[in-house]
Design a protein around this ligand. Structure first.
Ligand code: TRP
Length: 380
């Protein structure tokens, strides 16, 4: 009996078989249509493969953002990363797309590392561990090639002096009953987690605060994070700021059947720190869309739509559409079996991640260049 109850999507839980068309209705977002794609392409000069492939599929207010852009009021970018573990391919997808946006639109970008959030929501995680992962995740951001002059890393527990005074302005306008309705909190949630959404709202207007005028904000995120910004979009105009525009991506399937990539489950995805032997093992053990035996697969072909290897190509390893199409065709026709395909993926992933790891190690010295600069402390 299919019903809305079959899947759950909140920032802290994604359960069941997500029906994206239903989700768009439930959340009240809009699909990214051909007109919006054309608008992005017109200004960017090209379309990113993640837009072309529909990985970013839904939005809020992006037409308003481009109206402003065309009037000479360009936007800035914001998104974040919850540091509960190392960075996986799915997180990297967000960085790759956001970097493309920064390159094309030459705009500032704020990345919020929510060490506070992960500490508050994961009982077993100590703050030191969350801070450790925040720094590790920041290396992946730097290794992706962001412009240090335009990129600002916020680590919540470090930058509290800048974020807190703004967060309490947001918090004052969110009632407990709203927080309960939106996030499903109950009486047993700790009070830090109830306050947290006001921290996540701040970078959506922080740039406007810093430059002293309203600058539109664009937030590329995975759609489970939308709830935070449904609340923030209500509150920000009351504080005199613009509602941020949002680009939503789908969830990225994990390497096992039915699951999604998860930072807290090392076997669910390739991680940027995985050495070649781990990459090989994970991909060899991954769930595919193969058939019962080779003969059957030669006859019927493989099924990329249920395969967990194929999304890795789509998301990161094969950006060129003609190459991806050729591979898909060889799979569907039964010409290529899963063993060969896994070997191709192992080669591409190993090359990509070994290069990334070199840049990642070099990034250790650059971390401080990327941190959001706060004013010297003084009490007037
Ligand atoms: N809460 C997010 C997470 O757990 C991290 C985050 C903070 C974020 N600000 C954001 C994600 C803005 C997307 C957009 O991953």
């Amino acid at each position: 009996m299919p019903s809305d109850e079959e899947f759950v999507v909140t920032p802290w839980e994604v359960k069941g078989d997500v029906d994206y068309a239903k989700l768009v209705k439930q959340f009240g977002t809009e699909l990214i249509d051909a007109k919006l794609l054309a608008r992005i392409e017109k200004h960017a000069g090209e379309l990113h493969y993640l837009l072309q492939r529909g990985i970013y599929f839904s939005h809020r207010d992006m037409n308003f953002v481009f109206d402003e852009y065309e009037k000479g009021n360009p936007f800035y970018l914001y998104n974040g990363r919850g540091p509960s573990g190392h960075t996986h391919i799915g997180h990297l997808t967000q960085f790759i797309f956001t970097k493309w946006m920064q390159d094309k639109f030459k705009c500032p970008y704020y990345l919020q590392l929510t060490d506070d959030e992960k500490f508050l929501f994961k009982f077993e995680l100590e703050l030191d561990q969350a801070r450790f992962y925040a720094k590790e995740n920041a290396l992946d951001l730097i290794a992706t090639g962001f412009d240090p002059k335009k990129t600002h890393l916020i680590m919540d527990s470090y930058h509290a002096r800048t974020i807190y005074p703004l967060a309490i302005h947001v918090a004052k306008r969110i009632t407990f009953s709203t927080a309960k309705a939106v996030f499903g909190f109950t009486n047993s949630n700790n009070i830090g987690s109830i306050f947290f959404t006001s921290f996540q709202a701040v970078p959506a207007f922080l740039h406007s605060v810093r430059v002293g005028r309203n600058v539109p904000c664009v937030i590329p995120l995975a759609i489970d994070q939308d709830a935070h910004f449904r609340v923030a979009r209500d509150v920000l105009p009351k504080l005199g700021y613009l509602k941020p525009g949002i680009l939503h991506s789908r969830f990225l399937p994990g390497l096992q059947q039915g699951g999604k990539m998860s930072a807290s489950d090392p076997d669910s995805a390739l991680f940027t720190v995985d050495p070649p032997e781990v990459i090989k093992k994970k991909l060899q053990n991954a769930f595919t869309g193969g058939r019962g035996n080779a003969a059957e697969q030669r006859k019927l072909g493989g099924q990329p739509e249920i395969c967990s290897i194929f999304p890795n190509y789509q998301l990161v390893f094969i950006p060129q559409q003609d190459k991806l199409d050729a591979l898909e065709q060889r799979c569907r026709s039964g010409e290529m079996l899963c063993g060969e395909c896994k070997n191709i993926c192992i080669d591409l992933a190993t090359k990509f991640l070994t290069d990334h790891q070199k840049r990642r190690e070099k990034a250790r010295d650059k971390l401080n260049d990327f941190l959001l600069k706060e004013d010297e402390l003084s009490i007037e």
